[in-house]
Design a binder for this molecule. Structure first.
Ligand code: PMP
Length: 352
């Protein structure tokens, strides 16, 4: 199998699995308990908090553990209930849907702008926040390019463990000291009363190991060299070898691991299924939007063309992909596209 759906989720790293498996046996106690096993579990949680803080340049007490990026995003939006919320049109649904419910007209404003988009990989510019507040969903950025929340002047930032080889169901929220905050999950003293619920110790230990992988291997430098080269090679070959293909990713201003392409006259979901049958795993825009018949809001925001959106595929690379994967994909993809263009009910524009 050639796995090119790393933006949806990265398979857990072997070192993460090992650390979690070992922790299951020893660090099972409730991390809020005052007894020794509780302290041992708590120490690991604090180690993770400190490492994440160091990686993104903040203080450990500015990190809150959550169940993932969706919860982190919901928490920030809910904090600004009744306020004016300005979000980029490319935000994840966990921002856009929450903003629909909670937005109002009070000041100050909350701006929510992701630094890099999950469907197309493009880097976005952050707005000038002035006296207002700025949140950035950095879910796809962590481990890919270096992050400094202070240099970016962020008040809030969102992270998720499963996009860096950690487990699904663990995430974090950076909240600048002094920034407004309202807990989403109440009823416990955990996280200094900022997020109730028994600590997900084993999950956080997996997150810690995935963060160590970023530090120990300097993953941003691997993405900037090896992965970028692979991504660009695939883009170049698709454009050269497949008629009717066009890139939705700005290769000069994007994350190094994401490539979104449209194939005129071929439907994204059909391409995905045919590639799957050949052992190549990709996604149609965003896995989060899969099963949704509406065109991707991100591609509509970028191209404004529903046909482009419906005919798109996202290839997202991980640290393990190599040039043989590209050769294999290019061995099967042109034939799939030809076949689909032949049977498509969407007429090819060059046939008009
Ligand atoms: N934000 C972005 C940018 C994402 O890519 C994702 C995952 N597709 C999420 C939020 C949601 O992440 P989680 O699964 O951790 O809730």
């Amino acid at each position: 199998m050639i796995y090119l759906d790393n933006a949806a989720t990265v398979p857990m790293l072997p070192s993460v699995l090992k650390s979690m498996h070992e922790a299951e046996k020893k660090l099972y106690a409730n991390a809020s308990a005052l007894h020794t096993p509780g302290h041992l579990a708590r120490n690991k949680i604090e180690e993770c908090r400190e490492l994440l803080a160091k990686l993104i340049n903040c203080s450990p007490d500015e990190i809150i553990f959550t169940s993932g990026a969706s919860e982190s995003n919901n928490t920030v939006i809910r904090t600004f209930e009744g306020h004016k919320i300005v979000a980029s049109p490319m935000e994840h649904h966990s921002i856009l849907e929450a903003a629909k419910i909670y937005r109002g007209d009070k000041l100050p404003i909350l701006y929510s702008f992701m630094l890099a988009n999950n469907e197309i990989g493009d880097l976005l510019s952050l707005p000038e926040k002035g006296e207002d507040f700025l949140h950035s969903d950095l879910t796809q950025v962590l481990g890919k390019i270096p992050i400094d929340v202070k240099a970016l002047d962020l008040d809030y930032a969102t992270f998720s463990a499963h996009k860096i080889g950690g487990p699904i169901g663990v995430g974090a929220l950076y909240v600048r000291n002094g920034a407004p905050f309202k807990p989403l999950i109440i009823g416990g003293n955990q996280e200094k009363k900022r997020r109730g619920g028994t600590y997900n110790t084993i999950g956080i230990i997996g997150f810690l190991q995935a963060l160590k992988n970023i530090v120990d291997n300097d993953t941003p430098s691997i993405y900037a060299t090896k992965v970028l080269k692979l991504r660009n090679k695939l883009a170049e070959r698709i454009i050269a070898e497949i008629p009717g293909s066009s890139l939705n990713t700005d290769l000069n201003n994007s994350l190094p691991n994401i490539l979104n392409v449209s194939f005129e006259g071929a439907e994204g979901e059909s391409i995905q299924l045919y590639l799957d049958a050949e052992g190549v795993i990709v996604s149609t825009g965003s896995a989060c939007a899969a099963g949704d018949a509406k065109p991707s809001h991100v591609l509509m925001a970028k191209s404004g063309d529903a046909e482009v959106a419906h005919s798109s595929i996202r290839f997202s690379f991980g640290l393990d992909n190599d040039s043989e994967d590209i050769d294999y994909v290019m061995g099967v993809l042109p034939g799939i596209i030809r076949r689909l263009q032949g049977i498509s009910t969407i007429s090819r524009r060059d046939s008009f």
